[in-house]
Structures are given as structure tokens and as C-alpha cells.
Design a protein. Sequence first.
Length: 326
Amino acid sequence: VPPTSNAHRHALDPSGVIEVPQRLLMGPGPANAHPRILAAQSLPLLGHMHPPFLKIMDEISEGLRYCLQTDSKYTLMVSGTGHAGMEAAIANLLEPGEKIIVGNKGIWGQRVADLAARYGGDVVELKAEAGRSFSLAEMTAALEKHRPAVLFLCQGESSTGVHQSLAGLGEVCKRTGTLLLVDTVCSLGGVPFYFDEWGVDCMYSGSQKCLSAPPGGAPFAMSARAMEKLKGRKTKPATYNLDMNLIGDYWGCLITVNTIKVPAGVDWAAVVKNAMDRYSLEIAGGLGPTAGKVWRVGLMGYNARPQNVALVVEAFRDGLAKQGKL
Ligand code: PMP
């Protein structure tokens, strides 16, 4: 097909060289990528399951943990732009019928409200006129009134240029049984962010703003509380591609301490004792609210190997058989 206009020239250039104009990107994003990142993009491709690639993924998680100031192991990149992070957060944190308060002070709040409604959420919008952020007192009153499952706030509202303070909010959210979700697409790496200290439960971001990379990777993190909620959902997230159970498995966020419910009539302590006496194997009973109700089996670090799993299963089989429960 002969080129019909200049617009087709690059794609059909027989030399294969694509000309892209130099621009200084000083708008709300994307920003220009750092030269080191552009250079890294010309490195050879690796298979997504090859050990050197998995090592790079580990390094990315570690770097993100520093960037977010968190120890959470549920720290990874979602493939896609900031919108993919946004959708992943809503789809995983919110179950149909649950309440979400959306702090709406610009485009991004509006978009999250739309998304949450599409996922069956009961959306309560907390509105502020353009140019204003929400005060802690205002958010506390809304949380205490509605006691929602999730509170959404945008740290850097790029449509109005407003910064949202988050300090102090985590404690209120814990009190009202709410997960705190924060959009940092436009702010991460540009202004301080303290995931753990502020008690944030879920955060998504974008790569093409303060992190100076091309778009296509959305930094994403969940707290242990958010992960617990995900594991205890009554319904599966209505997205396959962005299901954090599946993405988390790929990134190696496996559950490390597994709780197994003790069936009625079983002496849990006898199973623990038998595992130690017969197999020199330590497993534990419940703790606090789970005392007497569960066993706790750790799968961590060097111990997370198939032969150890097989031994644990055998010890359970034997312990239960000795009580005539198998
Ligand atoms: N949230 C905010 C605050 C943003 O500024 C943007 C992008 N302008 C987004 C979300 C959406 O991110 P993306 O364009 O990477 O999908």
C-alpha cells in the first residue's frame, strides 16, 4: 500500500529507523524518561520465568519498598498504566455491596467513584471544591458516620494541583474497620510518602511521572490487613488479569504463615506434639483470637521447599490417624 500521507512515513520507512521528535515534557505527565532507564530498555529480552528475570523482579520489589517506606512484602508492579493500578485496587479491595468513601476533589476521585460503582460498590462521595484538600476532621467524621470498607484518597490530584495530607488517617481507618487506599500516580517520588507510618493499606502509582520511566508499569502495594481482606473475600475479584492472588503468586508474595482450621473433635495439641516427637517438626497452634481454633504452619525462606511441605502433610496425616480422625 503506497503511503497516502506523512503520517504513514515512519511505519513504512524501509530503513527501519523510527524518527521521534525531541520534546521537553513539562506538563502533568508523562515526564521525560531518565537516560539510564532508556538505556536499560535496549537490553536483551529475558523469559519471564528465567532466574535472571526473577532476580530483577526481586530488585524492583526491594526498590519499591524503599520508595514507599514499607516493609510489606506485597509490593510489586502491575503491568499497565496508573489506571490498571486503580482498577486492581478497587477490584481486589472492594466486594460487591460494600461501602467505599471516595474523596472526590478532581478527576481522579470521579474516576474511582465510577470504577467502584462498576464493581458493585456502594459509593459515598466526599466532595471538595477544586483547589481544596480534605481535613483530617472532615475525613474522620465521614469515616465514623459511614464506617466504609474502603476510603479512597488521591495524594497528588493532578487535575487541580492539590496535595492531600495523609498523616493521622491510618489510625482512624483502623478504628472504623476501613482500608485506606491512596493514588500516588502523580506524587510518588516527588513528595514524601510513608506507607507503613501512615497506615496506608493499598497504594497504586504510575511509572511515567516522578519515577521518570515510560508508562506501562504501575507500582502497587498492599498491607497485611489488605491481604487478609483479599484472602477472606466471599467472592473472587471480578477481574482475572488484575487478581492480586494470581499476580501476587507470580511475584512470590506467597502466604508465609498458613492457618489451618482445626476440625471439630480433633485435639490440636496432640497433633503438634506428635509432629515434634515423631518427625522433629515444629508446627504451632493458634494465638490470641485463633487459640485452639487453628494450626499455624510457616512456609518461609529456605524452608519453603516441596519436601518440607510433604513432611508437614505426612505429620498431619499421622497425627490425625492416631486420633482416629482419618
Ligand atoms: N491518577 C492520577 C493522579 C494521575 O495524574 C493519572 C495520570 N494523569 C492517573 C491516575 C492515571 O494514570 P495513567 O495515565 O498512567 O493511566
